[in-house]
Write a protein that binds this ligand. Structure first.
Ligand code: ADP
Ligand code: AMP
Length: 217
């Protein structure tokens, strides 16, 4: 199965992608996680990406597409993948189409998680992440078992630097301008599945699984 998670920042793409990855036994590829790791390791790509991430801007297409193209060539993705946070521009989506075409594969579905702006702000404010394994929590909606500690690896949870309110506003603006055209792009290809992302994490998950298994668009 080859799936894309679409939706505004904070909608729950990463949360659902991790659960879907377990359910369908396929890898999650989060471009945000790849960049955060590169930033932590201060690689040349990380240093370049950080300039944009700190301002809440999208990293330029040519950097992102190169990374995804390399990752998609790896043999562990032969059974499928969940792309979380990519594509985010029409140009990225067109590049992805070409990459998949060249490898003789196709997307199965694009999950568009819909959440209103006020609720997104609430989600950013409470988000806590693990820098070690990338797990994401929410102080109210999805708290870890031990306050401030990751359930999976026990490391200290932190607030993402780009979850600060001014940066969040810029990220939402970038989403509106550059990413929302993808909704029509994938609708016209009959791949779009709209999901009400305002429900609980488990309800949203169940709806996605039902729609993927039922094959309804
Ligand atoms: P994205 O990957 O789309 O940026 P995340 O998966 O990191 O979003 O979710 C953003 C925040 O909202 C996290 O703190 C997460 O725990 C929380 N969250 C995710 N889905 C839901 C939901 N359905 N209800 C309430 N909170 C949620
Ligand atoms: P995310 O973890 O998906 O919220 O991504 C965090 C940040 O990484 C974004 O605000 C962008 O700066 C950058 N980023 C992640 N994925 C992409 C992408 N597909 N295109 C451009 N920038 C991206």
């Amino acid at each position: 199965m080859r799936i894309i998670m679409l939706g505004p920042p904070g909608a729950g793409k990463g949360t659902q992608a991790r659960k879907l990855s377990e359910e369908f036994n396929i890898h999650q590829i989060s471009t945000g996680d790849i960049f955060r790791k590169a930033v932590q390791e201060s690689t040349p790509m990380g240093i370049r990406a950080k300039e944009y991430m700190d301002k809440g801007q999208l990293v330029p297409d040519e950097i992102v597409v190169g990374i995804v193209e390399e990752r998609l060539k790896q043999p562990d993705l032969a059974k499928g993948f969940i792309l979380d946070g990519f594509p985010r521009t029409i140009s990225q989506a067109e590049s992805l189409e070409q990459i998949l075409h060249n490898s003789g594969t196709k997307l199965n579905a694009v999950i568009n998680i819909q959440v209103p702006r006020d609720e997104l702000i609430e989600r950013f404010t409470g988000r806590r992440v693990c820098n070690s394994c990338g797990a994401s929590y929410h102080v109210k909606y999805n708290p870890p078992r031990i306050t401030g500690k990751c359930d999976i690896c026990g490391k200290q949870l932190v607030i993402r630097p780009d979850d600060e309110l001014e940066t969040v506003k810029k990220r939402l603006e970038e989403y509106e301008q550059k990413t929302t055209p993808l909704i029509e792009f994938y609708r016209s290809r009959h791949l779009l599945i709209n999901i009400d992302g305002e429900k609980s994490i488990d309800e949203v998950f169940q709806e996605i699984v039902d729609r993927l298994r039922g094959g309804k668009k």
